[in-house]
Unconditional design. Structure first.
Length: 522
């Protein structure tokens, strides 16, 4: 609250006065091709990728003008399906202006619309549509033939699986919507579009099942999206920050994913998905903390294997967050809590280390973080060699020179590798920062400080909500069935209920037959 109050005051002090928009809200089409063309060029300039194609009748008079941006529209398709039919139509003209009805009948395109507003026509143009002006017509035709480069559908690099779909979202909203619809072929699937960004005009799609999703959550999502006021949206991360319930927390309150099957699974649970054009990361709301430890692969493998993997993820996260703080607190503050033989081993390794253990651990962690960031930026052809070789060499030299103790390097490596067991990158990054908080608490106040710091973190997590859903659900408040499914992968023949923590309209998932099958299995 203190940070939010300070931030709001800062915004008021640094806010610039608004400049009135001098652009006319509505400007009708003149009906003269050349006049409309000059007006349009006065508004958009004369960009290098703007193609102007004049079409003339048999008296060599321009009676139609086709405009498009070569960087966004397909010139070959426009020439084949628009220019050639129009030239054939105009060749039979006796000098009169072309009839709009005849022109519409010869246009061959999947998406054709008309507008009488020049500013709206410009919006279509910068979205990749072609504009067709006709002499004597008070409307302009817009034709869609996309020709911009797009990335092929491939397996998402951040969420690879051994078993499951290899499809991942691309940077094109239309392609991503198609991927989701291939998974959910239900007429109740709602896809609602909003345009956000004063200058980028970014398309944002909201997806949910009309008869399953909680109406209050759907309304809240639309409300928060409608309140966004910014000049541009370049990635779904912009949306994530602006719609999250608590903006100053480390923990992610919105789930990100590149996998269409995970989005489909979330929608089937009664959650709401948000897809942003030009971003391969979809957003799912609401979300609980346990969702970040589950992957799509858990539900494709045997339920015993899925349960084992989930338990491993929880253990790995606990080790990653608490092990460094426990190591420092035992050595520096509470050595009496550890067996004497273990203390002798740890102490013998630190006989030549010139700095306290807290600075030693922090130094190794910082070096490890630098290596981690550098490996990401290094070209892929050499990052593996340089990362592994450099890390091993520096660790070996630091140990032999006495600057760092061997047990410290072991603790840092185990903790850092264990952090990757978290199934979500945003959650893993949050735990990385919490690890330093627990480390400092353990160094200052020992095991008691480490415990109190952990309680503070859990208390903070308990106070968080994601679109009205408790972040620690189903543990707080306790929901028995959902608690069982949190860290244990329940077999599908027993999963006849949707997670009640999301308050779906229909909790029944398999119907009466599903409950009967579950009772028969028992």
């Amino acid at each position: 609250m203190i940070f939010e109050r300070f931030f709001n005051n800062y915004r008021k002090m640094t806010r610039f006065p608004k400049v009135k928009n001098t652009v006319v809200d509505h400007q009708p089409i003149n009906g003269d091709c050349e006049v409309d063309l000059r007006t349009l060029l006065g508004l958009v300039g004369n960009p290098a990728d703007l193609v102007i194609h004049r079409m003339e009748n048999n008296q060599n008079k321009a009676v139609a003008v086709l405009l498009y941006l070569s960087s966004l529209a397909s010139g070959i398709d426009l020439a084949t399906h628009i220019v050639e039919p129009l030239n054939y139509l105009l060749s039979d003209s006796t000098g009169k202006n072309p009839d709009p009805g005849q022109v519409r009948r010869v246009l061959v395109a999947a998406q054709i619309s008309a507008t009488t507003d020049l500013h709206q026509a410009i919006e279509y143009l910068i979205r990749g549509n072609a504009l067709l002006f006709l002499n004597g017509s008070s409307q302009v035709w817009t034709v869609a033939f996309p020709g911009f480069p797009r990335r092929q559908i491939e397996e998402p690099p951040t969420e690879r699986v051994v078993r499951g779909s290899r499809e991942g979202f691309t940077d094109v909203l239309g392609d991503n919507l198609g991927l989701v619809r291939r998974w959910i072929r239900d007429p109740n699937l709602r896809v609602e579009l909003q345009i956000i960004g004063e200058r980028t005009k970014t398309d944002v799609a909201v997806l949910y099942l009309n008869d399953v999703a909680n109406p209050d959550v759907v309304r809240e999502v639309k409300k928060r999206l409608g309140k966004i006021r910014i000049d541009g949206i370049l990635d779904s991360g912009y949306i994530l920050e602006m719609i999250t319930d608590q903006r100053w927390t480390l923990f992610p309150l919105v789930q990100e994913t590149e996998r269409p099957d995970k989005v489909a699974a979330g929608i089937l649970e009664g959650r709401v998905a948000i897809l942003v054009d030009k971003s391969p990361f979809a957003l799912l709301v609401p979300v609980t903390s346990t969702e970040f430890y589950q992957t799509s692969e858990d539900f494709y493998l045997n339920y015993w294997v899925g349960t084992f993997i989930r338990v491993l993820r929880g253990i790995g996260t606990f080790i990653s967050v608490t092990l460094p703080g426990l190591y420092v607190s035992i050595i520096a503050v509470n050595p009496i809590l550890a067996p004497s033989s273990l203390i002798q081993i740890l102490a013998s390794g630190r006989t030549q280390v010139p700095v306290p253990v807290i600075f030693e651990v922090l130094l190794v962690f910082i070096i490890f973080e630098i290596f981690r960031e550098a490996v990401i930026r290094i070209p892929s052809s050499v990052n593996m060699i340089l990362g592994i070789a450099g890390g091993v060499l520096i660790g070996l030299l630091a140990t032999q020179s006495g600057l760092v103790a061997g047990p410290t390097i072991i603790i840092v490596i185990i903790s850092s590798l264990s952090s990757f067991t978290t199934a979500n990158t945003s959650k893993e990054q949050a735990w990385r920062l919490v690890r330093y908080f627990l480390l400092l608490a353990g160094a200052g106040f020992g095991v008691l400080g480490l415990t109190l710091a952990g309680v503070m973190v859990l208390t903070h997590m308990a106070s968080l909500k994601s679109f009205g859903v408790s972040y620690l659900g189903p543990w707080a408040p306790p929901l028995a069935l959902d608690m069982i499914d949190a860290y244990f992968r329940i077999p599908w023949w027993l999963s006849y209920r949707r997670p009640s923590v999301y308050r779906p309209q229909q909790e029944d998932r398999l119907g009466d037959s599903g409950e009967e099958d579950a009772r028969n299995a028992e």
